[in-house]
Design a protein around this ligand. Structure first.
Ligand code: NAD
Ligand code: IPM
Ligand code: MN
Length: 356
Protein backbone atom coordinates (compact mmCIF):
# COMPACT_ATOMS: atom_id res chain seq x y z
CA UNK A 1 0.00 0.00 0.00
CA UNK A 2 1.14 3.52 -0.78
CA UNK A 3 2.18 5.56 2.29
CA UNK A 4 0.81 9.10 2.47
CA UNK A 5 2.74 11.65 4.50
CA UNK A 6 0.64 14.55 5.69
CA UNK A 7 2.79 17.66 5.89
CA UNK A 8 1.87 21.00 7.44
CA UNK A 9 3.65 23.73 5.52
CA UNK A 10 4.45 27.02 7.23
CA UNK A 11 6.32 28.93 4.54
CA UNK A 12 6.47 32.02 6.78
CA UNK A 13 8.14 35.31 5.96
CA UNK A 14 10.77 36.85 3.71
CA UNK A 15 12.56 34.19 1.68
CA UNK A 16 10.61 31.43 3.50
CA UNK A 17 7.95 30.98 0.78
CA UNK A 18 10.58 31.15 -1.98
CA UNK A 19 12.73 28.34 -0.58
CA UNK A 20 9.82 26.19 0.64
CA UNK A 21 8.34 26.12 -2.86
CA UNK A 22 11.52 24.44 -4.08
CA UNK A 23 11.62 22.02 -1.15
CA UNK A 24 8.08 20.92 -2.00
CA UNK A 25 9.01 20.41 -5.65
CA UNK A 26 11.81 18.10 -4.55
CA UNK A 27 9.63 16.12 -2.13
CA UNK A 28 6.97 15.66 -4.80
CA UNK A 29 9.61 14.60 -7.30
CA UNK A 30 11.00 12.02 -4.87
CA UNK A 31 7.49 10.65 -4.38
CA UNK A 32 6.84 10.53 -8.13
CA UNK A 33 10.11 8.75 -8.88
CA UNK A 34 9.79 6.33 -5.99
CA UNK A 35 6.17 5.35 -6.51
CA UNK A 36 5.87 3.95 -2.98
CA UNK A 37 4.81 7.06 -1.11
CA UNK A 38 3.09 10.38 -1.64
CA UNK A 39 2.82 13.73 0.11
CA UNK A 40 -0.24 15.69 1.07
CA UNK A 41 0.72 19.30 1.79
CA UNK A 42 -1.52 21.65 3.76
CA UNK A 43 -0.42 25.28 3.71
CA UNK A 44 -0.85 27.55 6.71
CA UNK A 45 -0.47 31.28 6.02
CA UNK A 46 0.93 31.96 9.49
CA UNK A 47 3.73 34.39 10.18
CA UNK A 48 4.30 38.12 10.36
CA UNK A 49 1.76 39.17 7.69
CA UNK A 50 -0.80 37.09 9.54
CA UNK A 51 0.23 38.83 12.77
CA UNK A 52 -0.11 42.29 11.26
CA UNK A 53 -3.66 41.42 10.17
CA UNK A 54 -4.84 39.32 13.12
CA UNK A 55 -2.66 40.33 16.07
CA UNK A 56 -1.34 36.79 16.51
CA UNK A 57 1.25 34.69 14.69
CA UNK A 58 -1.09 31.73 14.38
CA UNK A 59 -4.63 30.96 15.56
CA UNK A 60 -5.20 29.89 19.17
CA UNK A 61 -5.76 26.29 18.10
CA UNK A 62 -2.68 26.34 15.84
CA UNK A 63 -0.74 23.78 17.85
CA UNK A 64 -3.71 21.46 17.99
CA UNK A 65 -4.14 21.80 14.23
CA UNK A 66 -0.49 20.97 13.61
CA UNK A 67 -0.59 17.97 15.95
CA UNK A 68 -2.59 16.03 13.36
CA UNK A 69 0.24 16.09 10.80
CA UNK A 70 3.12 13.67 10.26
CA UNK A 71 5.64 16.52 9.99
CA UNK A 72 5.98 20.27 9.66
CA UNK A 73 7.97 21.93 6.88
CA UNK A 74 8.94 25.46 7.89
CA UNK A 75 10.53 28.19 5.76
CA UNK A 76 11.51 31.10 7.98
CA UNK A 77 9.91 33.53 10.38
CA UNK A 78 10.73 37.18 11.01
CA UNK A 79 9.92 40.57 9.55
CA UNK A 80 11.37 43.96 10.45
CA UNK A 81 7.78 45.20 11.08
CA UNK A 82 7.24 42.75 13.98
CA UNK A 83 9.49 42.48 17.05
CA UNK A 84 11.56 39.31 16.67
CA UNK A 85 10.91 38.05 20.18
CA UNK A 86 7.19 38.06 19.42
CA UNK A 87 7.32 36.52 15.94
CA UNK A 88 9.82 33.83 16.87
CA UNK A 89 8.42 32.93 20.27
CA UNK A 90 4.82 32.79 19.15
CA UNK A 91 5.49 30.54 16.19
CA UNK A 92 8.84 28.77 15.86
CA UNK A 93 9.81 28.39 19.51
CA UNK A 94 6.32 27.50 20.65
CA UNK A 95 6.16 24.71 18.07
CA UNK A 96 9.53 23.31 19.15
CA UNK A 97 8.41 23.35 22.78
CA UNK A 98 4.81 22.21 22.38
CA UNK A 99 5.88 19.20 20.34
CA UNK A 100 8.83 18.45 22.60
CA UNK A 101 11.22 18.60 19.67
CA UNK A 102 14.12 18.42 22.06
CA UNK A 103 16.69 17.37 19.48
CA UNK A 104 17.87 19.89 16.93
CA UNK A 105 20.00 17.88 14.53
CA UNK A 106 22.14 20.08 12.30
CA UNK A 107 24.70 18.66 9.89
CA UNK A 108 27.84 20.75 9.45
CA UNK A 109 29.31 18.96 6.49
CA UNK A 110 31.42 20.44 3.75
CA UNK A 111 30.19 18.94 0.50
CA UNK A 112 32.46 18.67 -2.52
CA UNK A 113 32.23 21.85 -4.55
CA UNK A 114 30.97 23.98 -1.63
CA UNK A 115 32.91 27.15 -0.85
CA UNK A 116 34.96 27.11 2.34
CA UNK A 117 36.67 30.22 3.72
CA UNK A 118 39.25 28.19 5.64
CA UNK A 119 42.69 27.68 4.13
CA UNK A 120 43.97 24.16 3.60
CA UNK A 121 40.74 22.44 4.59
CA UNK A 122 39.15 19.66 2.54
CA UNK A 123 35.75 18.00 2.60
CA UNK A 124 37.06 15.21 4.85
CA UNK A 125 38.00 17.81 7.49
CA UNK A 126 34.49 19.20 8.04
CA UNK A 127 32.01 16.44 8.74
CA UNK A 128 30.12 17.10 11.97
CA UNK A 129 26.65 16.51 13.31
CA UNK A 130 25.49 19.01 15.89
CA UNK A 131 22.96 17.79 18.44
CA UNK A 132 21.59 20.97 19.94
CA UNK A 133 19.35 20.87 23.01
CA UNK A 134 16.12 22.38 21.68
CA UNK A 135 13.60 22.60 24.50
CA UNK A 136 15.02 24.44 27.50
CA UNK A 137 18.36 25.86 28.67
CA UNK A 138 18.93 29.49 27.79
CA UNK A 139 15.70 29.38 25.71
CA UNK A 140 13.46 28.39 28.62
CA UNK A 141 11.72 31.75 28.45
CA UNK A 142 11.97 32.18 32.20
CA UNK A 143 12.67 35.57 33.67
CA UNK A 144 11.30 38.89 34.74
CA UNK A 145 11.35 42.55 33.82
CA UNK A 146 11.13 44.57 36.97
CA UNK A 147 10.61 48.29 37.58
CA UNK A 148 10.18 48.87 33.85
CA UNK A 149 11.27 52.35 32.82
CA UNK A 150 12.41 53.23 36.36
CA UNK A 151 15.99 54.05 37.30
CA UNK A 152 16.24 50.73 39.14
CA UNK A 153 15.01 48.70 36.15
CA UNK A 154 16.20 45.08 36.23
CA UNK A 155 15.83 42.19 33.81
CA UNK A 156 16.45 38.55 34.64
CA UNK A 157 16.77 35.80 32.02
CA UNK A 158 17.09 32.39 33.60
CA UNK A 159 18.75 29.36 32.08
CA UNK A 160 16.77 26.27 32.96
CA UNK A 161 18.63 22.97 32.79
CA UNK A 162 16.64 20.00 34.02
CA UNK A 163 18.15 16.59 34.72
CA UNK A 164 15.71 15.00 32.31
CA UNK A 165 16.35 17.65 29.66
CA UNK A 166 20.13 17.30 29.80
CA UNK A 167 20.14 13.53 30.09
CA UNK A 168 17.90 12.87 27.12
CA UNK A 169 19.79 15.06 24.67
CA UNK A 170 23.17 13.79 25.86
CA UNK A 171 21.96 10.18 25.66
CA UNK A 172 20.63 10.78 22.14
CA UNK A 173 24.06 12.08 21.11
CA UNK A 174 25.80 9.04 22.65
CA UNK A 175 23.44 6.68 20.84
CA UNK A 176 24.20 8.41 17.54
CA UNK A 177 27.95 8.35 18.18
CA UNK A 178 27.75 4.66 19.05
CA UNK A 179 25.69 3.84 15.95
CA UNK A 180 27.92 5.81 13.61
CA UNK A 181 31.15 4.80 15.40
CA UNK A 182 32.14 8.44 15.83
CA UNK A 183 33.61 10.54 18.59
CA UNK A 184 31.38 12.74 20.73
CA UNK A 185 32.33 16.22 21.89
CA UNK A 186 30.38 18.03 24.59
CA UNK A 187 30.58 21.81 24.42
CA UNK A 188 29.77 23.75 27.58
CA UNK A 189 31.02 26.55 29.80
CA UNK A 190 31.35 25.24 33.33
CA UNK A 191 34.12 27.64 34.24
CA UNK A 192 31.78 30.63 34.21
CA UNK A 193 28.23 29.22 34.34
CA UNK A 194 28.72 27.68 37.72
CA UNK A 195 25.32 26.03 38.06
CA UNK A 196 23.93 25.16 34.63
CA UNK A 197 27.08 24.12 32.86
CA UNK A 198 28.66 22.38 35.84
CA UNK A 199 25.45 20.33 35.94
CA UNK A 200 25.64 19.69 32.16
CA UNK A 201 29.25 18.50 32.49
CA UNK A 202 28.33 16.25 35.40
CA UNK A 203 25.50 14.64 33.45
CA UNK A 204 27.73 14.21 30.41
CA UNK A 205 30.26 12.38 32.60
CA UNK A 206 27.51 10.21 34.14
CA UNK A 207 25.93 9.19 30.84
CA UNK A 208 29.33 8.56 29.27
CA UNK A 209 29.82 5.67 31.73
CA UNK A 210 27.01 3.84 29.91
CA UNK A 211 28.92 4.13 26.63
CA UNK A 212 32.50 2.98 27.22
CA UNK A 213 32.88 2.33 23.49
CA UNK A 214 32.35 6.01 22.57
CA UNK A 215 35.43 8.24 22.57
CA UNK A 216 34.48 11.52 24.22
CA UNK A 217 35.91 15.03 24.30
CA UNK A 218 34.93 18.07 26.28
CA UNK A 219 35.49 21.68 25.29
CA UNK A 220 34.61 25.09 26.61
CA UNK A 221 32.50 26.98 24.09
CA UNK A 222 35.04 29.74 23.54
CA UNK A 223 37.81 27.29 22.71
CA UNK A 224 35.38 25.18 20.66
CA UNK A 225 34.60 28.22 18.45
CA UNK A 226 38.31 28.70 17.89
CA UNK A 227 38.88 25.02 17.05
CA UNK A 228 35.94 24.93 14.64
CA UNK A 229 37.89 27.43 12.56
CA UNK A 230 41.46 26.30 13.23
CA UNK A 231 41.01 22.54 13.40
CA UNK A 232 37.47 21.51 12.40
CA UNK A 233 38.37 17.86 11.88
CA UNK A 234 38.54 17.27 15.61
CA UNK A 235 34.70 17.39 15.72
CA UNK A 236 32.39 14.53 14.72
CA UNK A 237 29.21 14.29 16.79
CA UNK A 238 28.78 17.37 18.98
CA UNK A 239 26.28 17.89 21.80
CA UNK A 240 25.62 21.30 23.29
CA UNK A 241 23.06 23.59 24.84
CA UNK A 242 20.32 25.49 23.06
CA UNK A 243 22.05 28.88 22.74
CA UNK A 244 25.55 27.56 22.14
CA UNK A 245 24.14 25.24 19.48
CA UNK A 246 22.36 28.13 17.80
CA UNK A 247 25.50 30.23 17.60
CA UNK A 248 27.91 27.44 16.72
CA UNK A 249 25.75 26.15 13.88
CA UNK A 250 25.75 29.54 12.14
CA UNK A 251 29.54 29.38 12.51
CA UNK A 252 29.29 25.85 11.16
CA UNK A 253 27.28 27.13 8.19
CA UNK A 254 29.97 29.72 7.50
CA UNK A 255 32.71 27.09 7.24
CA UNK A 256 30.56 24.58 5.33
CA UNK A 257 29.31 26.51 2.32
CA UNK A 258 27.21 29.27 3.86
CA UNK A 259 23.69 29.86 5.14
CA UNK A 260 22.26 28.69 1.85
CA UNK A 261 23.36 25.14 2.59
CA UNK A 262 22.60 24.69 6.30
CA UNK A 263 19.67 22.47 7.29
CA UNK A 264 18.16 21.40 10.57
CA UNK A 265 15.69 18.86 11.91
CA UNK A 266 13.71 19.55 15.09
CA UNK A 267 13.01 16.05 16.29
CA UNK A 268 10.68 14.51 18.80
CA UNK A 269 12.47 11.15 18.89
CA UNK A 270 9.57 9.38 20.60
CA UNK A 271 7.36 10.38 17.66
CA UNK A 272 4.59 11.34 20.03
CA UNK A 273 4.37 14.66 18.16
CA UNK A 274 5.27 15.82 14.66
CA UNK A 275 8.88 16.77 14.01
CA UNK A 276 9.75 19.93 12.09
CA UNK A 277 12.22 20.40 9.23
CA UNK A 278 13.66 23.77 8.21
CA UNK A 279 16.69 25.55 6.84
CA UNK A 280 18.56 27.08 9.77
CA UNK A 281 18.71 30.51 8.17
CA UNK A 282 16.18 33.24 8.81
CA UNK A 283 13.85 35.20 6.57
CA UNK A 284 16.77 37.17 5.06
CA UNK A 285 14.86 40.44 4.50
CA UNK A 286 17.92 41.81 2.67
CA UNK A 287 17.36 39.47 -0.28
CA UNK A 288 13.66 38.57 0.03
CA UNK A 289 11.39 38.68 -3.01
CA UNK A 290 14.23 38.82 -5.52
CA UNK A 291 14.70 35.17 -6.38
CA UNK A 292 18.19 35.32 -4.86
CA UNK A 293 17.62 32.90 -1.97
CA UNK A 294 19.46 29.62 -2.10
CA UNK A 295 16.93 26.77 -1.74
CA UNK A 296 19.54 24.04 -1.14
CA UNK A 297 19.36 24.29 2.67
CA UNK A 298 15.61 23.73 2.46
CA UNK A 299 16.15 20.86 0.02
CA UNK A 300 18.61 19.34 2.51
CA UNK A 301 15.95 19.74 5.23
CA UNK A 302 13.56 17.89 2.91
CA UNK A 303 16.14 15.09 2.76
CA UNK A 304 16.16 15.00 6.57
CA UNK A 305 12.37 14.69 6.50
CA UNK A 306 12.56 11.72 4.13
CA UNK A 307 15.11 10.08 6.44
CA UNK A 308 12.77 10.64 9.36
CA UNK A 309 10.09 8.76 7.45
CA UNK A 310 12.49 5.84 6.96
CA UNK A 311 13.36 6.80 3.38
CA UNK A 312 17.09 6.95 4.07
CA UNK A 313 17.79 6.04 0.45
CA UNK A 314 16.13 9.26 -0.69
CA UNK A 315 17.77 11.28 2.06
CA UNK A 316 21.18 10.17 0.86
CA UNK A 317 20.37 10.59 -2.83
CA UNK A 318 19.24 14.17 -2.26
CA UNK A 319 22.35 15.16 -0.31
CA UNK A 320 24.48 13.52 -3.01
CA UNK A 321 22.45 15.51 -5.56
CA UNK A 322 23.27 18.75 -3.78
CA UNK A 323 26.93 17.79 -4.03
CA UNK A 324 26.54 17.12 -7.76
CA UNK A 325 24.92 20.55 -8.27
CA UNK A 326 27.81 22.16 -6.37
CA UNK A 327 30.45 20.33 -8.41
CA UNK A 328 28.80 20.98 -11.78
CA UNK A 329 28.48 24.69 -10.94
CA UNK A 330 25.87 25.10 -13.69
CA UNK A 331 22.80 26.17 -11.75
CA UNK A 332 23.58 27.89 -8.45
CA UNK A 333 22.35 31.03 -6.69
CA UNK A 334 24.67 34.05 -6.18
CA UNK A 335 25.69 33.07 -2.63
CA UNK A 336 27.45 30.10 -4.22
CA UNK A 337 28.92 32.14 -7.06
CA UNK A 338 26.18 31.33 -9.58
CA UNK A 339 23.66 33.53 -11.35
CA UNK A 340 20.56 31.34 -11.27
CA UNK A 341 17.35 32.12 -9.42
CA UNK A 342 15.82 30.22 -6.51
CA UNK A 343 13.30 28.45 -8.74
CA UNK A 344 15.86 27.68 -11.45
CA UNK A 345 17.92 25.84 -8.84
CA UNK A 346 14.85 23.89 -7.69
CA UNK A 347 13.92 22.99 -11.27
CA UNK A 348 17.47 21.93 -12.13
CA UNK A 349 17.53 19.81 -8.98
CA UNK A 350 14.34 18.02 -9.95
CA UNK A 351 15.79 17.36 -13.39
CA UNK A 352 18.93 15.95 -11.82
CA UNK A 353 16.77 13.67 -9.65
CA UNK A 354 15.59 11.92 -12.81
CA UNK A 355 19.15 10.64 -13.23
CA UNK A 356 19.42 9.20 -9.69
P1 NAD B 1 19.32 35.35 8.23
O1 NAD B 1 19.75 33.92 8.35
O2 NAD B 1 17.96 35.60 7.75
O3 NAD B 1 20.34 36.11 7.25
C1 NAD B 1 21.74 36.24 7.52
C2 NAD B 1 22.48 36.47 6.18
O4 NAD B 1 22.48 35.24 5.43
C3 NAD B 1 21.80 37.51 5.30
O5 NAD B 1 22.78 38.26 4.64
C4 NAD B 1 21.02 36.68 4.30
O6 NAD B 1 20.81 37.31 3.05
C5 NAD B 1 21.88 35.44 4.15
N1 NAD B 1 21.05 34.25 3.84
C6 NAD B 1 20.24 33.60 4.69
N2 NAD B 1 19.63 32.59 4.07
C7 NAD B 1 20.05 32.60 2.79
C8 NAD B 1 19.75 31.80 1.65
N3 NAD B 1 18.90 30.77 1.70
N4 NAD B 1 20.36 32.11 0.49
C9 NAD B 1 21.23 33.11 0.42
N5 NAD B 1 21.57 33.91 1.46
C10 NAD B 1 20.96 33.65 2.64
O7 NAD B 1 19.57 36.02 9.66
P2 NAD B 1 19.16 37.46 10.23
O8 NAD B 1 19.34 38.49 9.17
O9 NAD B 1 19.87 37.59 11.50
O10 NAD B 1 17.61 37.34 10.56
C11 NAD B 1 16.56 37.81 9.73
C12 NAD B 1 15.22 37.48 10.38
O11 NAD B 1 15.04 36.07 10.43
C13 NAD B 1 15.10 37.96 11.82
O12 NAD B 1 13.76 38.35 11.99
C14 NAD B 1 15.39 36.72 12.64
O13 NAD B 1 14.82 36.75 13.92
C15 NAD B 1 14.79 35.66 11.78
N6 NAD B 1 15.32 34.29 11.92
C16 NAD B 1 14.43 33.29 11.76
C17 NAD B 1 14.87 31.97 11.76
C18 NAD B 1 13.87 30.89 11.53
O14 NAD B 1 12.74 31.15 11.17
N7 NAD B 1 14.22 29.64 11.68
C19 NAD B 1 16.23 31.69 11.89
C20 NAD B 1 17.13 32.76 12.04
C21 NAD B 1 16.66 34.06 12.04
C1 IPM C 1 17.56 29.11 14.61
C2 IPM C 1 17.09 30.51 14.87
C3 IPM C 1 16.15 30.56 16.07
C4 IPM C 1 16.90 30.03 17.28
C5 IPM C 1 15.61 31.96 16.38
C6 IPM C 1 15.00 32.57 15.16
C7 IPM C 1 14.68 31.97 17.53
O1 IPM C 1 18.16 31.36 15.02
O2 IPM C 1 16.72 28.21 14.41
O3 IPM C 1 18.78 28.89 14.56
O4 IPM C 1 17.65 30.78 17.92
O5 IPM C 1 16.75 28.85 17.58
MN1 MN D 1 20.06 30.46 14.56
Amino acid sequence: MMDTYKIAVIAGDGIGPEVIAEGIKVLNKAAELDGGFRFEFTHFPWGCDYYLKNGEMMPKDGIETLSKFDAIFLGAVGDPKVPDHISLWDLLLIIRKSFDQYINLRPVKLLKGAPCPLAGVGTEDIDMTFIRENSEGEYAGSGAWLYKGKPNEVVIQNGVFSRMGCERVIRYAFELAKKEKKTLTSISKGNALNYSMVFWDQIFAEVSKEYPEVETHKLLVDAASMFMVKDPKRFQIVVTSNLFGDILTDLGAAIAGGMGLAAGANLNPERKFPSMFEPIHGSAPDIAGKGLADPLATIWAAAQMLEHFGREDWGKKIVDGIETMLCERKTLTPDLGGNSSTSEVGDAFCKLMETF
